[in-house]
Ligand binder design. Structure first.
Ligand code: SAH
Length: 464
């Protein structure tokens, strides 16, 4: 290790920067997070810098650095984007006794600035001794995604509660208390009640740990998105990482289930839509039973839980059992399918509304406002519509929809095996038969893939 990572006390101390351009600004973005006093020497400065000076966040001296300027500086940055000037000011600052960083010059620097993940008071410094800045950035991005943005707040409030928590015996008991606070209680409380709820929540948690009562279970109803694991929300990832039990739909892709904690119990509630499936009642019973035993249950649903997800029945069951729950939205199939064909779901001068419908419901093929749907320019995302394609086509044409209206069926949207079937209302059932899709299919009624759109006038002639 040629560079030893430390955390330097800078509160109220002086940090001096030489330079008024991009290099200086980049360093200042980091330095301004500290409680140090900052002075910038620059004969010429970017407007962003003069703005910061006007806001009183730093002192801007509009001349080049001179001997003595860094006399009381804890740290000095030579950031002029100009090697000659950097060499000049670095030697002055060294003579003044400051620790010198010469931006982008490892050999001439007494210290280097790491990539920083900031969840103050939790800070993570990442350094590669100049070997691989790209790698440092990748690690930073990874950590940024993994750590809740509210972690710093939780740590700040937690710090103030340490003395109270000392009522718990040292060791395992105290560790369990803090582990539950940071992994569950803090994020949930901040989300529901904001910062103000944290201290009362800590007090309740402490009471529970002092009396030795088991932690109550909970259920998070989480959207898994359309299949691509990268389309999971950060929140969904974090919850999967912590869940004791994951009850998932058939639509949830194996790549996503991989992300569940290794010890988690995975329950396949496989609803195939038409084939055999676990009854809704049984799913509700399972969720309640596991949570009642203290488990953290993630009910993982394809797409967004609020879109044809029978969410209300599950929430009613949880409320009935007096269990805590939350809903985490996900990317719905319609969004994924639209992305797949490069189209937007709404468009000025085409459709100012989007209809979201199901091809079939509990009673069978679903009736809709066919007259409205048949109007030119209408766009609808039809879930579970493939099997009812002939019925949908018949109803729409009966109500006057043009046979050449574009319809795009997207199978396995967002997945590696995605398939786009661009067709028209007239040819929809036949083209779907030919395609013989095995995966989930969504119909985008009124939309053609962007690429095929150019060919549409031809299509219309065919039906003229
Ligand atoms: N809650 C889900 C929808 C559940 S209903 C969501 O928001 O996406 C199940 C239907 O969703 C399927 O029949 C299909 O029409 C659609 N669907 C789900 N995932 C899909 C995918 N990856 N590609 C295409 N359609 C999908």
């Amino acid at each position: 290790m040629d560079h030893f990572p430390i955390f330097l006390a800078v509160q109220g101390r002086h940090i001096v920067v030489s330079g008024g351009g991009e290099a200086a600004l980049a360093k200042l973005r980091l330095l301004l997070k500290t409680t140090a006093r900052i002075t910038v020497y620059a004969a010429e400065a970017l407007p962003a810098l003069t703005d910061l000076a006007a806001e009183g966040r730093l002192t801007l001296v509009d001349r080049a650095l001179a001997p003595g300027d860094a006399a009381d500086a804890a740290l000095f940055y030579a950031a002029n984007d100009d090697a000659k000037e950097d060499a000049r000011v670095a030697s002055f600052a060294r003579a003044d006794g400051a620790l010198v960083n010469w931006v982008d010059n490892l050999e001439e620097s007494a210290f280097i600035t790491p990539a920083i993940v900031d969840r103050d008071p939790v800070t993570i410094a990442i350094g590669t001794e100049g070997a691989a800045p790209v790698l440092a950035r990748a690690i930073k991005a990874d950590l940024e995604a993994r750590l809740s943005p509210t972690l710093g707040l939780a740590a700040r409030i937690g710090k103030g509660f340490r003395a109270a928590a000392d009522a718990l015996p040292m060791g395992r008991k105290r560790r369990d208390f803090w582990a539950e606070y940071y992994s569950d209680i803090a994020p949930q409380t901040i989300e529901k009640e904001g910062e103000a709820g944290l201290v009362p929540a800590l007090a309740t948690l402490l009471d529970r740990h002092l009396s030795g009562t088991a932690s109550p279970g909970r259920v998070d109803l989480v959207g898994a998105g359309p299949g691509d694991p990268e389309l999971l929300t950060l929140k969904a990832r974090r919850l999967l990482d912590r869940a004791d039990v994951v009850i998932h739909d058939r639509l949830v892709s194996p790549a996503i289930l991989e992300l569940a904690r290794r010890e988690a119990l995975l329950v396949d509630a496989g609803k195939t839509g038409f084939g055999p499936s676990m009854a809704q009642q049984e799913i509700c019973r399972l969720m309640v039973a596991h949570a009642a035993e203290g488990a953290h249950v993630v009910r993982l649903k394809g797409g967004d839980p609020s879109v044809f997800g029978r969410l209300d029945e599950e929430i009613a069951a949880l409320d009935g059992a007096g269990l805590d729950w939350s809903v985490v939205p996900g990317v719905t199939a319609a969004s994924a399918a639209a992305a797949q064909i490069g189209q937007s779901l709404t468009k000025r001068d085409r459709n100012s509304s989007l209809r979201v419908l199901t091809g079939h419901d509990m009673q069978g093929f679903a009736e809709q406002d066919w007259r409205g749907l048949a109007r030119p320019g209408t766009v609808a995302a039809i879930y579970m519509g493939a099997r009812g394609a002939r019925f949908i086509q018949g109803r729409l044409m009966m109500h006057g929809a043009a046979p050449e209206t574009p319809v795009t069926a997207v199978e396995n949207a967002s997945r590696p095996d995605a398939r786009v079937i661009a067709t028209s209302l007239a040819r929809l059932p036949a083209d779907l038969d030919t395609a013989a899709a095995q995966g989930p299919v969504i119909l985008l009624y009124g939309l053609a893939p962007r690429a095929a759109q150019a060919a549409l006038p031809l299509l219309q002639e065919e039906f003229a």
